[in-house]
Design a protein around this ligand. Sequence first.
Ligand SMILES: [Zn+2]
Ligand SMILES: [Zn+2]
Length: 635
Amino acid sequence: MAKQDIILPIKGKNNILITSALPYVNNVPHLGNVVGSVLSADVYSRFSKLRGRPTLYICGTDEYGTATETKALETKQTPQELCDEFHLKHKEVYDWFEIAFDHFGRTTTKKQTEIAQDIFLKLHKNGYLEERTTRQPYCESHQSFLADRFVEGTCPKCQYDDARGDQCDKCGSLLDPFELINPHCKIDGATPVPRDTTHIFLRLDKSQPDIEKWFTKSSEEGAWPQNGISITKSWLDKGLEGRSITRDLKWGTPIPLDGYEKKVLYVWFDACIGYPSITANYTDEWEQWWRNPEEVKLYQFMGKDNVPFHTVIFPGSQLGTGDKWTMLNHLSTTEYLNYENGKFSKSRGVGVFGDGAKETGIPASVWRYYLLANRPETGDTQFEWKSFIAANNSELLNNFGNFVNRVIKFINAKLDGAVPEFSPDYKGDDFDAAAVIADINETLSSYVADMEAVKLRSGLKRVMELSAKGNLLLQGRVDNANLTNSPERTRTVLGIAINLVYLLASLSSPYMPSTGASIAEQVNAPLLTIPDSFNPQALSAGHKIGTAAYLFTRIDDKKEKEWREKYGGTQASRLAEEEAKAKKAADKARDKERKAARKAQKAEEEAKGKTGETTDLPLRGKVAEEQAPPPAAAP
Ligand SMILES: [Zn+2]
Ligand SMILES: [Zn+2]
């Protein structure tokens, strides 16, 4: 990028730095991932730019960590090859959704190592790090320590047989991997053994007072949403503890300490550092954005599961360095988008993943509209094909598209394509121009207020309200008869209407960039800077508009069935799932049988006074019984 195109903050201006949670690289994103952070951040970034502010939007793929290393083992690639492949896949999906990152980078870079190690060493120097020895599950079969969620087994609380070492998805209990009954390695099924390992812990307990002080101020000033506040509060109320920030892995940022050559930084300590490091790969002047809290406001977008990393761990790391940092000002969190009353599932082919949206042939603007109108801001929401089609046909086409199209067409057909001359003070024939303009202004003010507060659903509603008002304005006032009988009123109505169309180009553009661009082309003027009040003569009398083009096309209701079948999981995948379930149940029954047999044998041997090994019995059960009681929870 040419140096003059680099976006930097300008002293004295309202400079906005935007991040969306870095998507993890080892999977293609689904619609819920898209709306949760990248799309929402994109809307705000586009809005902020249209308000004339220096705005930088940074994102990238989060590439280090166990999950990548493990997946690369499965796909027989190097972790780097896997990341290269998926980084591109992510980029393609976001490009199609018209996400306008200023830079889409990645975490596996030299800058990441430099910045992460610098933060690490400063925390070390300032006494925020300490070494602790913990006991971790180790898989002797593939010779590696196992992250908690790579240990699977039966939940000791509710007996669910598919619990993970960190959590049971059925009863929600937080678990320690050693608590699981019949624990096994997710990768090869071997039984993990406990093994000691030494790690570095970040002393969040020591940072707690500073984090609390910062949180109180930032959450108030930035008007954080309720879920962000309560998640952070619950962490602080429980009392922060030291958290391990290193892992026994190869694929990660190296640790700049002697004796730690075989370990790397934990991906969650590392991931948030990706924001400054990706910015550093965008410009050498990255510190103008990241070490400039007086001049820069930081807006961060994420799903609610990412909140503590952005409101506790990363701020704790920043504060502990003693350096000056731009810190989170406005937090935007979302709940979950579900798919047709269920969950998105890649393995079962349920939901729209990767380029699935593109395959429908429906333009990105319609997808963006639907996802943002259903953005899970205060609770979970649903993706449903029926309402997706209804949104296109009745909201976009009948309301929004119809208004724009009628005005452009009529002016071209009857007024020679020129904006009519009129007075905004016109009053007559049961029509009061000033009242109509005041009404538009009121909705515009609400739009601006909503957008400034990052209430994106509500902002989009205002756009639709304005086009509905436009339709009402035209109703019974714009046709040949009116043009002959009531020429002044008709010109006034059309003058206001074409300027409302022009305003809508800008207001809709953050949500539907192609639509906004098409309207701008149809009125033959560049997008307006989003104003605080409506100027009904922004396009002045005599301005020649362009030709009409359809913004949206009708979707046949029959498509609902077709798409639902296509994206609802195939018959084969459903069958495979049933089979896997049955197999699991059979395995479980067999395990039980063996255990019972072993007990019986043991009893028999004891009765005979023998102490022989019982080698023919499953290792899994044996180690589980020999295992020491679970150690204190390691995060
Ligand atoms: Zn293993
Ligand atoms: Zn459970």
